[in-house]
Design a binder for this molecule. Structure first.
Ligand code: SF4
Ligand code: SF4
Length: 441
């Protein structure tokens, strides 16, 4: 099944071949792990450990802070050195447990044990997915158990497993599909059972032909599964764009995929959910692509949550002398980093390191009203007007121009000849608007 595209979008240089051929390699335990208590979109977890506590691998160290929240677990056994604010990948410092591994890597009792399938009804599966701290691993980190809980009036009929991985440079999902296809499909089958859908589509961009073949072979003999070969266009992997390209359905402004009967889950999330349901292994590690012209040996690394960026970089041979920029995530939607001391989170799909000559091009000028950004915005917004409103602190006007529908894909910034920092503006303005709404009660 070949599937087309949506309005807008861009064709950046993908640069995936730096890492796509690198099999996943497990990184040895680092000297310390920075495990943030906020690892999901929604409420952060509440710390339940303190300085000096001994912890085991898989032990809960932060309890859910509400329904839209997930617990956080110790990624290995060791001692809590401190609980304090640390530099984080999102910019501001965040509270974290700093864990010094004891080298034994010993599981807490009850984890890493094969589970029978009796008594696993829908509610039990959702509960276990929550207990395992499973979140969207494509970067959004939305709690998976919440996505699996549509209100009764939402009739679901399609599950899309998102292996599009349209962000340039990143290859973590690609490798998961090649190396762990059965876990992805078993996780997808669990999700489909929970929301009671029979139609499961594995969506993969055509620039990953080996993953398409692998998944086509893996679905043979399984009912309800198809593989959709997606056109290569950014942001094909964004939820709303993917849903439209596959089903022709438009998620309404301000709406959610469930409004059109669809659930979208990332391939890594499906594999992580399967690990939790089958073996009681919470989400404490993930595949992260460390790549770009600035790193000596690009790799796909299986690393523990909390591994510092500096340790990941060292494991990949270190940087070239003129490396000038580190991005958490891909270059389109990722966040530039100012500290190598931040730790990776459940949402860290990649680190991209760029050299000086690639960074120098990002110096911004005023808008020249060329209109390029309007042609590519997949949400049919007016990015030029939005950015000007925001520069003038006219947040109400930006909201009226549907700023909150922006999916922060970065297409507008990519085509802007003035190199305007659009996504930075949009994130800042959205935070202002949300804060204002919160204060207004
Ligand atoms: S305005 Fe938002 S959705 Fe539109 S292209 Fe820019 S970042 Fe993407
Ligand atoms: S692409 Fe840049 S310069 Fe052109 S209209 Fe949009 S914001 Fe202005």
């Amino acid at each position: 099944m070949s599937k087309g595209a949506f309005f807008g979008g861009v064709h950046p240089s993908y640069n995936k071949d730096m890492a796509s051929g690198q099999a996943v390699i497990e990184m040895p335990l680092p000297k310390e792990l920075i495990v943030y208590f906020s690892q999901n979109l929604g409420a952060p977890s509440n710390p339940v450990v303190k300085k000096g506590d001994e912890v085991k691998k898989g032990q809960v160290i932060g309890e859910s802070g509400g329904f839209v929240s997930t617990p956080v677990h110790a990624p290995t056994s060791g001692v809590v050195k401190t609980v304090e604010n640390r530099p984080s990948p999102v910019g501001a410092d965040m509270i974290a447990a700093v864990i010094v591994p004891d080298g034994l890597d010993e599981w807490v009792e009850g984890c890493n044990v094969e589970r029978g399938s009796t008594g696993l009804n829908r509610e039990k599966i959702k509960g276990l997915i929550h207990d395992g701290g499973i979140v969207g691993m494509g970067g959004a980190t939305f709690p998976t158990h919440v996505k699996l809980s549509p209100p009764p009036d939402k009739k679901m009929d399609t599950l899309i497993i998102n292996g599009a991985e349209c962000e340039p440079y990143l290859t973590a999902d690609h490798r998961v599909m090649l190396e762990d296809a059965e876990s992805v499909l078993d996780g997808a089958a669990l999700f489909a059972g929970v929301i009671d859908v029979k139609n499961i589509v594995i969506a993969i961009e055509k620039n990953k032909p080996d993953a398409i073949i692998t998944m086509q072979r893996a679905i043979a003999g399984r009912s309800g599964f198809t593989v959709a070969e997606m056109d290569v266009i950014y942001p094909q992997g964004a939820e709303k764009q993917l849903i439209y390209a596959i089903t022709g359905r438009k998620v309404p402004a301000g709406g959610l995929p469930m409004d059109v009967g669809v659930l979208v889950q990332n391939v890594g999330t499906a594999a992580a959910a399967y690990e939790m349901i089958r073996y009681n292994r919470p989400l404490i590690q993930r595949v992260v692509t460390v790549t770009g012209s600035g790193i000596k040996h690009p790799k796909n690394v299986l690393a523990r949550v909390g591994t510092k960026f500096s340790d990941l970089i060292e494991f990949c041979g270190g940087v070239h002398g003129d490396t000038a920029k580190l991005i958490n995530g891909g270059p389109m939607m990722g966040i530039a980093q100012h500290s190598l001391d931040a730790g990776m989170t459940k949402g860290t799909s990649g680190l991209v390191l760029l050299r000086e000559d690639e960074v120098g091009q990002f110096v911004s000028d005023p808008c020249i009203r060329c209109g390029n950004c309007l042609d590519v915005c997949p949400m049919t917004l007016n990015p030029s007007a939005l950015s000007i409103f925001i520069e003038r602190m006219r947040f109400d006007d930006a909201e009226e121009y549907n700023l909150m529908d922006c999916i922060e894909c970065g297409c507008c910034a990519y085509v802007c000849p003035s190199k305007r920092p659009m996504v930075h503006h949009f994130r800042r303005a959205k935070a202002e608007i949300r804060n204002k709404a919160k204060k207004a009660g």
